[in-house]
Design a protein around this ligand. Structure first.
Ligand code: HAM
Length: 454
């Protein structure tokens, strides 16, 4: 006997209930992005391998699914969307009105060790604000992210936003003796260090030939950032250069101007947060479960040099990505996923007559939509109609089937009523029933579904 094929490691099959959850999340991502004036874009699922090697950083490069095509070109499945976005803006940005506010919902691929919250194929919402260097853009990205989390029913008690600034980190590291040209490498190490156990940490530090001891780095993470009332933070006292001081002031302004203001209570300045991606240039942040039980829900920051690096004009940019995996775990754990996702049909046809063809005829009439070519629009949508495939005329049984399909209404075609040129119309929520004259039934059914349908 042949063993059953299994889906590849770290991937998911979306059966209808799982697909309904995915659509629920994606619809909300789309809705919230559009509400804030972001427009949807997409790009190819694979890109030239070099696009990721240039500036995404060692960690992502080590997780690439790469391959060589028949023409000998080295390609990789996209592990993230930012390089594609920067490539598109570098190519087409000059002709686009600024600022560019785009969102995307790509599938991404990373050859990570599958674990809770991390898979090899996942869906990632990206929100990016391009061409605006002021804090307005950073603030708006954080507001969109928070608006989405609130829309899902989460509150400020459910998540925290850890944030930091790479210019500050750079100064603190240089003060410890790291050479400026080794900074990017160091950011990567710092990001990894916090995810490793002590033995793995030692190995990584030795392999990277670091001039700084583990102890010094760990002390750095622990720098006190809380602002004492009216006073200076320990971090502030360690900042010597104007660049680092400016970064500090900017972060303080961002904190004070957040919308909604209660978001400020969720902010934690985390000196250890650097983010593994090498293209970030300034403000970086990560959103996490407040109970600390799950991996990051979202992460992002400024990447002011990436578009230029890909051949575009110098263009500031800021954005974030949020994966569906941790988010779904969090919503499930907090009991925030709605019970009946996906929704049932508007109408379930219960045919108890002797004419089996009536089912298909009614279904076809009600499902029909009207496209008006003069305005190039659908002017009347079709209804969602289902019916039974069982050979029974038992109205009770058929109504049970309608209820388990979560239908809103039932259209009952029964011999008595048909002989009087009427049909029965049952509101399955209100459990009430009326008769509709056949001649007007379609119009009446359409308006009832429009008024009360889901
Ligand atoms: P990232 O931190 O690598 O950033 O990913 C952002 C989010 O994607 C994570 O917080 C997590 O929710 C999700 N994610 C990442 N890897 C996986 C995985 N293997 N399985 C499930 N979920 C995952 C970026 O990707 C940046 N490109 C975000 C960005 C956009 N920065 C600026 N614009």
């Amino acid at each position: 006997m042949t063993d059953l094929f299994q889906g590849p490691k770290g991937t998911r099959d979306f059966l209808p209930p799982a697909m309904a959850v995915r659509r629920y999340i994606e619809d909300a991502w789309r809705r919230v992005s559009i509400r804030f004036g972001f427009q949807e874009v997409d790009g190819p699922t694979f890109e030239p391998l070099d696009l990721y090697k240039v500036k995404s950083g060692d960690e992502i490069v080590s997780q690439l699914f790469s391959f060589t095509d028949r023409g000998g070109r080295d390609l990789a499945l996209r592990p993230e969307f930012t390089p594609t976005l920067a490539r598109i803006v570098a190519q087409f940005g000059a002709g686009l009105p600024k600022p560019i506010k785009w969102f995307a919902i790509p599938r991404c691929y990373r050859a990570e060790q599958p674990q809770k919250g991390r898979l090899r194929e996942f869906i990632q919402w990206n929100v990016d604000f391009i061409g605006e260097e002021t804090l307005t853009a950073d603030k708006e990205c954080l507001s969109v992210c928070a608006a989405f989390l609130f829309e899902m029913g989460l509150t400020t008690a459910d998540f925290v936003i850890a944030w930091n600034h790479r210019d500050l980190m750079a100064e603190l590291l240089v003060a410890l003796g790291i050479r400026p040209e080794k900074l990017n490498d160091t950011f990567y190490v710092l990001d990894r260090l916090q995810k490793l156990n002590p033995v793995e940490r030692q190995k990584l530090l030795q392999a990277r030939d670091f001039s700084v001891s583990e102890q010094e780095l760990l002390e750095l993470f622990a720098v006190e950032t809380a602002v004492p009332a009216g006073g200076r933070t320990a971090l502030q006292d360690r900042l010597q250069t104007p660049t680092a001081r400016t970064a500090y002031e900017k972060m303080m302004q961002l904190h004070d101007q957040l919308v909604p203001p209660e978001l400020a209570d969720n902010f934690r300045w985390d000196v250890g947060l650097v983010r593994g991606l090498a293209y970030y240039t300034g403000f970086v942040f990560e959103v996490a479960d407040a109970r600390g039980e799950n991996r990051a829900i979202a992460g992002g920051g400024r990447y002011d040099k990436l578009i230029e690096l890909f051949g575009g004009k110098p263009t500031p940019a800021v954005g974030f990505g949020m994966g569906d995996v941790v988010l779904e775990i969090l919503l499930r754990e907090r009991g925030l996923l709605p019970e009946h996702l996906g929704g049932g049909p508007d109408v379930f046809i219960v045919n108890a007559s002797d004419d089996a063809d009536l089912t298909a005829q009614w279904a076809s009439r009600l499902r029909r939509s009207t496209f008006d070519p003069t305005v190039r629009k659908i002017t009347q949508g079709g209804l969602r109609v289902q019916h039974s495939y069982r050979a029974t005329k038992n109205i009770g049984k058929l109504l049970q089937e309608a209820a388990s399909a979560q239908a809103r209404f039932a259209l009952i075609l029964a011999p008595d009523e048909l002989s009087r040129s009427v049909v029965k119309w049952r509101d399955l929520h209100a459990r009430s029933e009326t008769e509709l004259p056949i001649a007007q039934a379609e119009t009446l059914i359409r308006s009832a579904c429009l008024e009360k349908g889901g």
